[in-house]
Write a protein of this length. Sequence first.
Length: 149
Amino acid sequence: MKYFFRLFVSLCCTIFVFSAGAGAGDKEVLKPRVPANQIEEVRTWKNPFPSTPQNIEKGQKVFHSKGFCVTCHGQDGKGLGNIPGLRGKLPRNFTDTTWQAARTDGELFWILKNGSPGTDMASFIPLVLTEEEAWHVLLYVRSFGQSQN
Ligand code: HEC
């Protein structure tokens, strides 16, 4: 019974992924991931590192090496969307400027701490990344939104 339920859920997710996609301006993508009772505080968190070319480069290294973000979000930051075994939602497309504008740095940091529940976006702090590395990788994530569109 449990097995059939899982199958049903994953079928629904697959249908959802194909119908909703991760397109720019997609309403589902813009919905906050941080729970309502935390979001006010989380939005006050600021990146302590300035967005200098050197800091962005440090973030780029994390993205490609120990953070392995590139395996899901892609070289171009658009999210690959065809990863076998992905449960449900597609990796975020970081070049979506509407999505970039909808999130504060604090909300992105919260995601690196907690993951996005129910998706393949896992928690990275503290097991994989230090807080400092996480802030740097977020400078790199932000840079996708500036260089395109
Ligand atoms: C196993 C695949 C996978 C890996 C590896 C991965 N992500 Fe993700 N990521 C996802 C998925 C799937 C989502 C979409 C989750 C959602 O829609 O809630 C996502 C969403 C995000 C978001 C957007 C959350 C929001 O508020 O909309 C950020 C930021 C992010 N990832 C950053 C990273 C960073 C930085 C790394 C590397 C340290 C990374 N991801 C590694 C799969 C991955």
